[in-house]
Design a protein around this ligand. Structure first.
Ligand SMILES: [Zn+2]
Length: 484
């Protein structure tokens, strides 16, 4: 009886302590909503119309550069010149590499470091054409949406940036701070567009106050426990690595097989790797994310997220169950490619597979390679790095005027919204700019729900006309705050 009373007492003290910590956290910087500024609402129709025109240019990326139709990029550039005459007559602009665009809007105060607004011009292929309600490159505007490949990922970003600049030029705005725009041409295939732009900036000795690329968006009711919309701003992204698993064993005719074949051995190795999981890490961006979410929820979620020193195992175990969330706390690995014999009656001499890994925190390519080797426990399977790998990107600070400014602008443009830092499980061009800035943020100014997000890189991609207006408002406010 005394033991039970003691346990109840200890639990009561712990819960009370958690409430106290939770209360203290609520006062943390991330919990404060910056004061929303009243901004004039922008009609999205004109931006939507321009976006539709950009969608009609089939700027599809291919890993094999010889398959890219560069005429479509030229078509897009011509279209932008026609749509944005003041931008093209007032700003220095140039083509870098194959088709990447760089614009420079000179500021009046050379003591201020410039900012860079980026986006990519290329898109992924249309995939299942028969499932599109509107042609992927027709640029239809219907039911309040611009339909088509790239409408959201991410032609809206450069269309809205240029629309904001054109409007400000028309109004006679002259920036104090120099503003650069950099639009790469092959982000979707991890191409060299942004790499060349960044190395050109570095060569010219340009260092940026801030870089803003595509990334998170405003999530319409991310969790029902949070009573406002949540804008997730990427402050870092995962690294990547491809591992080649290969097995060599003499093959021959399949009528007299010496089982297991090289493919059988490889299959068993893949099965072992698939069921195993790498250890979880709590990286700084996720710590900040949990802190911010914990400060804006109540009840159990607030307790869980605001007291990770105690609740980390519980949060990790909940996140591990959902593949979308698990990607934020561990290095992931997925078998993606495989090759063996060319005919059904041939036992292959060599069987190979690729395991694509996304690296988190301090996990290095060599750590992951060794972990895969250990997990397979089979000396017949050779595990080696294939192609280029990349570590997790540096983490951009959130305790600075750049992040505060972004939070304030987001809160003013998107009503009833809190902006929180987060960690991107996918890759973007942003990582290439870490040699020219420490303050790199990843955010696409649009209100999204999971249905809209599911259309990205899928059929029926679209963006609402309302979001076109919001994107314009966002860049107008951003240019006024950082360059005005
Ligand atoms: Zn994109």
């Amino acid at each position: 009886m005394i033991v039970i009373l003691l346990i109840v007492l200890v639990l009561a003290i712990l819960v009370a302590a958690m409430f106290i910590v939770s209360g203290a956290k609520k006062k943390a910087a991330l919990a404060r909503k910056p004061a929303a500024e009243a901004l004039p609402e922008e009609d999205g129709k004109e931006v939507a119309d321009t976006l539709a025109g950009a969608v009609r240019c089939r700027t599809v990326s291919h890993s094999d550069q010889s398959k890219v139709d560069w005429i479509e990029f030229e078509k897009l550039h011509k279209f932008l010149e026609e749509r944005f005459p003041l931008v093209h007559s007032s700003l220095e602009h140039e083509v870098i590499g194959k088709a990447s665009l760089v614009y420079c809007w000179k500021g009046s105060d050379p003591s201020l470091e410039p900012i860079l607004l980026t986006a990519h011009q290329d898109v992924v292929p249309e995939e299942e054409l028969s499932r599109w309600e509107h042609g992927p490159f027709d640029g239809d505007i219907a039911d309040g949406f611009v339909w088509g490949r790239g409408a959201f990922d991410v032609k809206i970003q450069f269309v809205a940036i240029l629309s904001a600049a054109e409007k400000l030029l028309k109004e006679g705005f002259a920036p104090k701070r120099t503003v650069y725009f950099g639009f790469g041409c092959n982000e979707e295939v991890s191409g060299d567009g942004a790499v060349l732009i960044a190395s050109e900036f570095k060569r010219r000795g340009i260092h940026f106050h801030m870089v803003l690329d595509e990334g998170g968006a405003v999530m319409d009711r991310l969790m029902k426990q949070i009573h406002s919309h949540v804008a997730v701003v990427g402050v870092a992204e995962k690294g990547h690595l491809n591992l080649k698993l290969s097995v060599k064993k003499h093959g021959g005719h399949s009528s007299t097989p010496d089982n297991p074949t090289s493919l059988g051995i490889l299959g068993r190795a893949l099965a072992r790797v698939e069921v195993a999981q790498m250890p979880c890490h709590l990286v700084k961006p996720m710590e900040w994310f949990f802190e911010a979410v914990g400060s804006n929820t109540s009840g159990l979620f607030s307790l869980l997220f605001s007291n990770l020193w105690l609740t980390r195992p519980l949060v990790f175990s909940a996140f591990r169950k959902n593949p979308q969330y698990a990607a934020f706390i561990r290095t992931t690995h997925a078998a993606t490619m495989c090759s063996a014999a060319d005919a059904p009656n041939v036992v292959p001499d060599v069987s190979e597979a690729i395991v694509n890994c996304r690296l988190i925190g301090s996990d290095t390519p060599e750590d992951v390679r060794r972990w895969v080797e250990k997990t397979i426990r089979d000396k017949r399977v050779k595990v080696e790095e294939a192609g280029e790998s990349m570590l997790q990107s540096p983490v951009s600070p959130i305790d600075c005027e750049q992040f505060d400014g972004l939070r304030a602008i987001i809160g003013s443009v998107f009503k009833d919204t809190i902006a929180v830092p987060y960690f991107m499980s996918g890759g973007s061009d942003a990582r290439h700019y870490s040699s020219v800035s420490e303050n790199i943020y990843r955010f696409t100014p649009a209100m999204m729900n999971f249905d809209e997000l599911g259309r990205m890189h899928n059929y029926n991609e679209r963006l609402s006309v309302d979001n076109c207006g919001k994107a314009l408002e966002f860049y107008l406010a951003l240019l006024a705050r950082f360059a005005g």
